[in-house]
Design a protein around this ligand. Structure first.
Ligand code: NAD
Length: 478
């Protein structure tokens, strides 16, 4: 018996959760349900996180969480409960199988069967944003080695367990050489440990185009958070319906399972919502807790029900579908099919599938880190970079001087182009006059000089080498 936390959510949430629980209990799931209240009511009672402390205690104690969609009220500083849950519980891996159910659900891609493994905690989603000048705001893109290692290893282990043949990585490392570059580098390192699984890397733009056009070319795709967020919705949509997909959010301690769609408030209370997405989440939950025989039985009964043409309104098509049913009737039909298998769609077999047991991240020995310069970011409303250079040269110290100015990454001094459009946000790079190191004291001197000359410094960024390798970007055109 496994105790699981259940939240029925908002909108269509309670209806699809009731249908899902009815199916999994009828199939013999050995679970005890611990229900918590999260979402709209909690938000509107004044809790901007949408979840009370007591509910967190239940989730953390049970470690397995089946969650229906919730409504995040507009405005008012309400925080998305999904993002908060993923981060607080360290649910680093978002796994979303996207499979077409041709010819029973209309799709342009009849032989699509892929799984997107999305990094779930890092990237631009760290939510660290600042306005720095009148004209410029920034968002920090953070990618860590442990984050990359964990997600890439998860993708390969998942492929191994589910007999998948290939893992593809999508990044934009031709532009973001440090951040996406690290993700790609770690992918190449870990791929070597799995010689029996094919691996490949695509630049995300052309990879996304290929995914939308020829999804049958892919098997498992692993990607950083933002690309994964966007492309997992694209992949689910092109199977025929986002209403049919579930997802798992997996961490080292806890896991959360859900449908990928929202709470569809306009559809609430009409017994018309499709419970399939949440049911798919529940099937992943059952394999996660080792109840693979029950998961397999449900999945095959669900495939058979879709194949029988018993469809809810969202996927009902005259000619293909046989019977339009409501949420409750759909659940009854799946229950009636328990023990049966589809005949045209491929039945599933989950032998040996259970929670993946990944090794803990091991920190590598520290590299030799040397400070070799500093980028000083300046708010300056002028437009002539040569004029700014004269002002900034007042900050030079005896051994550290201005070497370059860029605007939005493009070199504008020395020898810039007059055609380059400039904003009020300037990066002024200081390097030692002769080869050598820079000290923190030099940086303090530069900042003190800026204070004396009333130059508006908005931030500094230290330039380092790690084991002699420069780990900062050059100016474009440098
Ligand atoms: P939505 O996914 O709720 O609805 C989009 C469209 O799909 C609507 O036309 C809806 O009727 C339809 N749809 C969705 N699920 C369906 C189902 N199971 N059966 C039949 N039709 C279905 O997206 P939205 O309208 O942008 O968002 C509504 C609310 O859901 C918002 O408050 C949003 O914040 C929230 N939301 C929650 C989650 C979550 O909890 N995981 C995810 C996304 C959105």
């Amino acid at each position: 018996m496994t105790k699981i936390t259940v939240a029925k959510g908002d909108g269509i949430g309670p209806e699809i959760m009731d249908a899902t629980l009815e199916i999994i209990l009828a199939a013999g799931a050995d679970i005890e349900i611990d229900e918590i209240e999260v979402g709209e009511k909690v938000y509107l009672a004044g809790n901007t996180a949408g979840i009370a402390k007591e509910a967190w205690d239940v989730i953390r104690r049970n470690k397995v969480f089946l969650k229906a969609p919730i409504t995040t009220p507009q405005g008012g500083g309400y925080k998305s409960l999904n993002v908060t849950t993923r981060k607080f519980l360290g649910l680093y891996s978002n796994v979303r199988p996207c499979m077409s159910l041709h010819p029973f659900v209309k799709t342009k891609h009849p032989i699509m069967d892929l799984v997107i493994v999305r990094e779930n905690e890092e990237d631009l989603y760290a939510g660290i944003e600042h306005q720095q000048t009148d004209e410029v705001v920034q968002c920090l893109k953070l990618i860590s080695r442990p984050g990359c290692e964990k997600i890439v290893r998860y993708a390969f282990e998942y492929a191994k367990q589910y007999g998948r043949k290939k893992v593809t990585c999508f990044t934009k490392d031709n532009i973001m050489k440090q951040t996406d570059g690290l993700f790609h580098k770690v992918f190449d390192e870990i791929a070597k440990e799995y010689p029996e699984i094919d691996n490949e890397h695509w630049i995300v733009d052309i990879g996304a185009a290929k995914l939308a056009d020829t999804p049958e070319a892919f098997d498992v795709i692993v990607m950083p958070n933002l690309y994964g967020d966007i492309l997992s919705d694209v992949a689910a949509q092109i199977t025929g319906s986002v209403g049919l997909a579930g997802s798992a959010n997996i961490g080292e301690e806890c896991a959360m399972f859900e449908a990928i769609h929202g709470s569809a408030p306009k559809r609430a209370g009409q017994n018309s919502a499709n419970p399939s997405g949440l049911l798919q989440g529940a099937v992943m939950m059952l394999t996660h807790i080792g109840q693979t025989d029950v998961a397999e039985k449900i999945q095959n009964a669900w495939l058979k029900t879709i194949e029988d043409g018993i469809h809810t309104n969202d996927i009902f098509k005259e000619g293909t579908s046989k019977q339009k049913v409501g949420t409750k009737e759909f659940a009854k039909a799946v229950i009636a099919n328990l023990g049966q298998k589809p005949s045209l769609l491929k039945p599933v077999s989950y032998d040996n599938s259970t929670a993946l047991n990944l090794p803990k991240y091991k920190r590598k020995p520290a590299a030799k880190k040397e400070l070799v310069g500093v980028d000083v970011f300046v708010h300056w409303p002028g437009s002539n970079p040569d004029e700014l250079a004269k002002i900034i040269q007042q900050l030079d110290t005896d051994n550290v001087t201005l070497s370059m100015i860029t605007n939005r990454g493009i070199k504008v001094y020395p020898e810039g182009f007059k055609e380059t459009f400039c904003t009020d946000h300037w990066r002024c790079r200081f390097k030692p006059t002769e080869n050598g190191v820079v000290t923190k004291k030099n940086i303090i001197e530069i900042l003190t000089n800026a204070h004396v000359h009333t130059i508006d410094i908005i931030k500094t960024e230290n330039l380092y080498t790690f084991d002699g390798v420069a780990t900062y970007s050059l100016g474009q055109g440098q």
